[in-house]
Design a protein around this ligand. Structure first.
Ligand SMILES: [Zn+2]
Length: 285
């Protein structure tokens, strides 16, 4: 996982606007990261009854992926990714559920994306309706999945990314990303952050506020960090061993709390995000 600052003035074709401060939040699922834990030692809270808000995830696969996966394998992959997401959400008592909105294909041969901006630009040329829907419907997300040949990700350091400040409903991923990478990225779209140690090494002397546009400053919460507990970490952490939970002081692993009220309660952050989403969705009906 990695967080970087792009140049202050970033002009590209349709995005002819000066972006004063750009924060690109990227997850790298290192080859060594794995979802591996002792279920006997993971203690989850009793969740209160609450209506779950539905979120829709639209996948767009690079056509080249079909040389390695058939349709059945792609459909199985969608199911697996969303099953992991829903496991993490329910383990963390977050009143939200992920559902598939289906899949489309993207031609990357003549429009090979080089970064998040060009991915969005090219996708807009080929599937404008999907990005318009993502713009209009707060519970609709688009996940562009690039083949190994057309991926711009450096597999060693990053494998998927989001840019919540600019595209609050958009993820770009490499087809090699592990199933739990999807929920990590969707977590970033709710403004969840990495564990404090990782984040501070990524920020160096900067602050998240200084890298976020003014309109979104209020989205940055002090409690929105991942946690390390036992020999593992919560889903937004950089631990080699990942637990299928968001950070929460109400969850323990190997006898240690996987969260902190002041600094590491992504379950609270995602719950607040889900409730706000439910209100927005109801208001649209
Ligand atoms: Zn990340």
């Amino acid at each position: 996982m990695y967080l970087c600052l792009l140049p202050a003035k970033f002009v590209r074709r349709m995005y002819e606007a000066e972006v004063v401060s750009i924060c690109l939040i990227v997850v790298a699922v290192f080859a060594s990261a794995r979802l591996y834990f002792d279920a006997q030692k993971l203690v989850l809270p009793q969740c209160p009854q609450e209506e779950k808000v539905e979120t829709w995830v639209q996948f767009v696969f690079d056509y080249s992926i079909l040389s390695d996966f058939d349709i059945e394998a792609l459909e199985a992959r969608i199911e697996e990714d969303l099953a992991f997401s829903n496991l993490i959400l329910s383990n963390s008592c977050i009143p939200m559920i992920r559902k598939s909105a289906g899949y489309e294909f993207f031609d990357a041969r003549n429009a090979k994306p080089a970064d998040m901006l060009s991915s969005h630009y090219e996708l807009n040329l080929q599937h404008r309706n999907l990005l318009e829907r993502a713009y209009q419907e707060p519970n609709f997300y688009v996940v562009l999945v690039l083949s190994e040949d057309n991926s711009y990700f450096d597999y060693e350091y990053k494998i998927a990314e989001t840019w919540v400040d600019l595209f609050p409903n958009f993820v770009v991923s490499d087809v090699r990303a592990a199933p739990f990478a999807l929920e990590h990225e969707l977590g970033h779209l709710a403004w969840a952050q990495h564990d404090l140690e990782t984040l501070s090494s990524q920020l160096q002397s900067r602050t998240l506020n200084s890298m976020t546009t003014e309109d979104n400053q209020s989205q940055i919460k002090r409690y929105a960090h991942a946690a390390l507990c036992g020999d593992s970490g919560t889903i937004m952490s950089y631990s080699d061993n990942l637990l299928p939970v968001y950070s929460s002081p109400n969850i323990t692993y190997q006898g240690q709390a996987c969260g902190d009220v002041e600094t590491a309660d992504n379950a609270r952050l995602l719950t607040e995000y889900a409730r706000a989403l439910r209100e927005k969705v109801s208001a649209r009906l």
